[in-house]
Design a protein around this ligand. Sequence first.
Ligand code: AMP
Length: 292
Amino acid sequence: MKTLTTIAELRAELDAQRARGRRVGLVPTMGYLHRGHASLIEAAARDCDEIVTTVFVNPLQFAAGEDLDTYPRDPEGDAAAAAGAGATVLFLPSLGEMYPGGRDSVLTSVNVAELSGVMEGASRPTHFAGMCTVVAKLFNIAGPCRAYFGDKDFQQLAIVRRMVFDLSIPVEVVGCAIVREDDGLAMSSRNVRLLPEERRAAPVLLRALQAGQHAVERGTTSADDIRSLMAEVVATEALATLDYVEVADPDTLVAVDEVAGPVRLFGAVRFSGARLIDNLAAAPGGSGGSAS
Ligand code: AMP
């Protein structure tokens, strides 16, 4: 695996590979890689010849007071994990390489309206524009490729797909199932920031979504009832503070009033150490899917 740190090097490398007929797979991450990230790299390695993992903690997608400074980092561990999962290139740009004048010097912002205003966008109003701006930049640097994103960040995936469609970016976006710990907690780099008792309590989020999923499967159609049920499950855990639970259309992410077909259930909870998000498919009659 080659480690590259400059935009020019990565561009030259991928242009050369494509000229030889090799297919490029791209896995953008913020590092502190875990098995969820590895599953994306492995999926890319199955489909593509040149597998690029990018590690960049993008300041544009953190608001003041969020966890930019304490976001976990482990460049050596990331190199080992990326290589182990099949990456052929690790792109590790510095902040100065990505934003030469610093974060405040970036005047361009990519905003996918509406999809970015609900759920995570309501809780973190500047997050998705910052995310889209860096993903658009990484797509421009990488060039034509397939790019792999996790269902873990389902709203992010929907927004990236829409950005690619609206801007005719020559990237094929591939979504990958959520990888979970044995107790159901969705893997996340932020999980290490949970206190031990919070880590034990954290699966409450999936339990809440599963309660909603079962209600949908059993024929409950009132989204208000399903939201209340999910919130009640979160409330059984004193260490967790509910941010939101939602029942939404899986494509438009618009909140539904009545469940009449497949929906996506979303939740976000805060612990003292970290804010966690998760989501689950659900459908009347039970074809919504498993815990992915
Ligand atoms: P992050 O490093 O948190 O920005 O995540 C980078 C990519 O990995 C995103 O596309 C995430 O959705 C994906 N990802 C993170 N955690 C998981 C997980 N537990 N399962 C599947 N994909 C994940």
